[in-house]
Design a protein around this ligand. Structure first.
Ligand code: ZN
Length: 386
């Protein structure tokens, strides 16, 4: 007989079916069932019904106030691949009850939309950003040269009203707020016109007119710079005793590291330039969304050009990065202002490039201090609208 709090076979099958037999973990979506080579009629299953709140004391997210019935209820079950079932059982701080319920709901919503729209595979829904204030999960339903169409499943920040305002105020928006980013593609596009919102029986769809892919530089043509040591974060001398310089492929790690280390609000030249790592860290630390938001922000720096008023030119800050595959955070918090990360991306003129590095992140006090200085001394270069 089953132990109290465990799921019945009926509940396991129900939660698997509601997930389309795909893992519900954000951005996984792995198919968990398929044919087995053992016999012509055999099937293999690599999924399991995981407990959101553990069935017994000592387990993750165990809630003593729950009854055995509530623990074995489908509401407490989440269908996951074995990999992610193990992952959520290692870290209770990151995978809180609330976070897991959000993932489960987002995944089930994608499944429901996939069957009602007949649009086929819609699992492992990815994160999208539409401008700076709207982040949502969703799936691509169509990708064309001049238009991206997606179905929204869940808002992480913003809501449908904010989408409507974004559309109506599009004409007045700053040029570098007109973009769409996709974590799934690891790429983004400039919006050439306001998106259109369609709400029907299958859900909410967003039609986004896009410009063609912004051209990136070949890694050999990214120029050169004074070399900054990754260890000391300072200039150093080369073997001839001159201040060392780096160029091309040797400059690449430094270019990426420096760009990922500038926070929005820090630059004297333009406070709107930079990464939102500090902001996301303050808001999403300890949540599984954090690494996905960092990736989304790196996608922005790789694909959306920034108008450099100083040099009078438009460039993507990460210059030669054509696609971001992944962005992993290797520590739960920065040490001495350094946060270790691992990036995996596609470089023009080189191909796939993976690198572990540590990026700068200010403390909340340092960030406040910086803002005060900038308030006294306004940006020396006024913003240009393009
Ligand atoms: Zn999974």
């Amino acid at each position: 007989m089953d132990r109290p709090g465990n799921f019945s076979e009926k509940t396991k099958r129900a939660v698997a079916a509601r997930s389309g037999w795909h893992c519900s973990f954000a951005e996984c979506g792995r198919l968990t069932v398929g044919p087995s080579e053992e016999a012509p009629d055999a099937s293999a299953n690599i999924g399991e019904a995981a407990h959101i709140c553990a069935a017994s004391p000592g387990g993750r997210r165990y809630d003593p106030k729950m009854t055995h019935e509530q623990r074995s209820d489908i509401n407490n079950a989440m269908w996951l691949c074995v990999l992610h079932a193990r992952l959520i059982d290692r870290d209770e701080a990151t995978f809180s009850v609330e976070n897991l319920h959000t993932m489960k709901e987002a995944h089930e919503a994608s499944c429901a939309r996939a069957i009602s729209s007949g649009s086929g595979v819609a699992f492992g829904s990815g994160l999208f950003a539409i401008g700076p204030n709207i982040v949502c999960t969703g799936v691509f339903t169509r990708i064309e040269a001049t238009q991206w169409t997606l179905q929204l499943t869940h808002f992480l920040s913003g809501d449908i009203h904010q989408v409507a305002s974004y559309i109506s105020e599009f004409g007045d928006a700053s040029a570098d707020h007109k973009y769409i980013l996709s974590n799934e593609l690891g790429d983004g596009r400039i919006l050439s016109a306001p998106p259109s919102l369609i709400k029907d029986a299958t859900g909410i769809s967003l039609l986004c007119p896009v410009e063609s892919n912004f051209p990136r530089s070949d890694v050999q043509k990214i120029g050169s710079s004074l070399a900054i040591s990754a260890e000391t974060n300072d200039l150093y001398l080369d073997e001839r005793g001159s201040i060392a310089r780096v160029s091309g492929l040797d400059y690449l790690p430094q270019l990426i590291r420096q760009n990922l280390s500038i926070q929005v609000g820090e630059s004297v030249f333009d406070p709107s330039f930079g990464m939102r790592i500090f902001e996301y860290f303050s808001e999403y630390s300890g949540s599984p969304w954090l690494a996905l938001l960092f990736k989304l922000d790196m996608v922005r720096q790789a694909s959306i050009p920034f108008f450099n008023t100083y040099q009078e030119q438009r460039n993507t800050p990460l210059r030669c990065v054509t696609r971001v595959h992944s962005f992993e955070i290797l520590a739960s918090a920065p040490t001495d202002n350094r946060l270790p990360i691992h990036v995996d991306c596609e470089i023009k003129g080189l191909g796939r490039w993976k690198k572990e590095m540590s990026i700068y992140m200010p403390t909340a006090e340092q960030m406040e201090e910086r803002k005060k200085i900038l308030a006294v001394r306004p940006p020396s270069f006024a913003r240009k609208k393009t």
